[in-house]
Design a protein around this ligand. Structure first.
Ligand code: C2E
Ligand code: MG
Ligand code: MG
Ligand code: MG
Length: 288
């Protein structure tokens, strides 16, 4: 009997595995098609310097609108695309599209592009980046690349060399989600970052956990001394803005400033921001 029910379990397990494999094959096929059929788009979310009252950059965030699956969040398909080796190709598309769309924005507004771990490890990464710049005519000083600690942890020296090459071209480098990975001080010392993005988990805890405020203060202080900009991610309330300011972090990004918006709305957003600075109609919440 036990043997029989064991076989039953085995069959259920095999059927389950087969289903998972089937779903993965379908997702992979759909992702390959998505690129060819133009189902991807970039949305852009501004980063604003509150103290200087100006837009620093817009971060490009990948969106997949599938005719059969609907809007698929990047957290669901990017890790999978990494796994099946599609990320270099999708990443190239992101780079080219972001550079092309940003080339039409007023200077000196930059565009920030997220690099996945596999993309960061490509031996010809620098070439892929310069190709996107050349193809689109975007100045290297208007491109910022966002990398996470996980992408660099295995080979800090190798990462330092690649980032150094990109910096030498005039490209800015941001460390994304700072504080969630292995965030060691040696990263800050040995890698040529121009910006640290403080992860939104710290911002979320600002009002309730004194440690969060202490960490934000310490990180922004350190960034200041190192000549690196600090940006707080995931800012959702005016109170968080005030607290971040008090802790010395004037650069913010989050739903309180703006949700990520389609490429076609960026120019309007920039114009509305500029007129709010002059105190004209449309005055935003960003003024003191
Ligand atoms: P990330 O680079 O840390 O991007 C920030 C994420 O937080 C975005 O989610 C953004 O929409 C969301 N966010 C912004 N402000 C707020 C806020 O005030 N509150 C909350 N709760 N969330 C906020 P999204 O677009 O779903 O992207 C998730 C992650 O997927 C990104 O995290 C990034 O790691 C990855 N990703 C997105 N686009 C790309 C891409 O083009 N290439 C690569 N390699 N990764 C990407
Ligand atoms: Mg990012
Ligand atoms: Mg981030
Ligand atoms: Mg994050």
């Amino acid at each position: 009997r036990a043997k029989e029910s064991g076989r039953g379990c085995q069959r259920v397990y095999e059927a389950g595995m087969e289903l998972v494999m089937q779903q993965r094959r379908e997702l992979e096929r759909d992702l390959r098609m998505a690129l060819a059929l133009g189902e991807f788009a970039l949305h852009y979310q501004p980063v604003v310097d509150m103290a200087r009252d100006r837009i620093t950059s817009f971060e490009a965030l990948l969106r997949w609108c599938s005719p059969t699956r609907g809007q698929v969040p990047p957290a669901e398909f990017i890790p999978f695309a990494e796994e099946v080796g599609l990320m270099p190709e999708i990443g190239d598309w992101v780079l080219r599209t972001a550079c092309r769309e940003a080339a039409g924005w007023p200077e000196p507004v930059k565009v920030s592009v997220n690099l996945s771990t596999t993309q960061f490890r490509l031996p010809d990464l620098v070439h892929r980046v310069t190709a996107a710049l050349e193809e689109t005519g975007l100045g290297a000083d208007r491109l910022e690349l966002e990398v996470t600690e996980t992408a660099m942890i295995d080979d800090v020296q190798g990462a330092a060399a690649i980032l150094g090459e990109l910096r030498a071209l005039g490209i800015q480098i941001a460390m994304d989600d700072f504080g969630t990975g292995y965030s060691s001080l040696s990263f800050l010392r040995n890698l040529p970052f121009t910006r640290i993005k403080i992860d939104r988990s710290f911002v979320k805890d600002l009002g309730t956990k004194p440690e969060a405020a202490a960490i934000v203060r310490a990180v922004t202080g350190l960034c200041d001394s190192l000549g690196v900009s600090a940006t707080a991610e995931g800012v959702e309330t005016e109170r968080q803005v005030a607290m971040l300011r008090a802790e010395g972090c004037p650069e913010v990004q989050g739903y309180f400033i703006s949700r990520p918006c389609p490429a076609g709305e960026v120019a309007d957003w920039i114009a509305a921001f500029a007129s709010s600075r002059r105190g004209e109609p449309g005055e935003g919440a960003l003024r003191d």
